[in-house]
Design a protein around this ligand. Sequence first.
Ligand code: ZN
Length: 109
Amino acid sequence: MKIHTGDQVIITAGKDKNRQGKVEKVFPQSDQVLVSGLNVYKRAKKRYGQEPGGLIEFNRPLPIGNVALLCANCKKPTRVSYKVDKSGGKRRICAKCGSEVDNKGGTKK
Ligand SMILES: [Zn+2]
């Protein structure tokens, strides 16, 4: 997966196009990402006994093809390229400015 949890992304398609958010969860099996505060849908809920009815907001995952990584350095939506460092670890690089996406440290697993 090119997008990781905690990444800043921009939506490139759909109803929240051009809005930005942070990745909350990644679903590798279905190639989807959950972006906090984006792609929120409202569903009407009927009243059931003691529970009040009303509108429920819920966050739906987006196809990963509909989001682009937002580079923290050049602040542009970008593609991800990879660089293998000396220790053999794969690092994600911004395809536009060449800076490391994961340079905050501690995110390597
Ligand atoms: Zn960049």
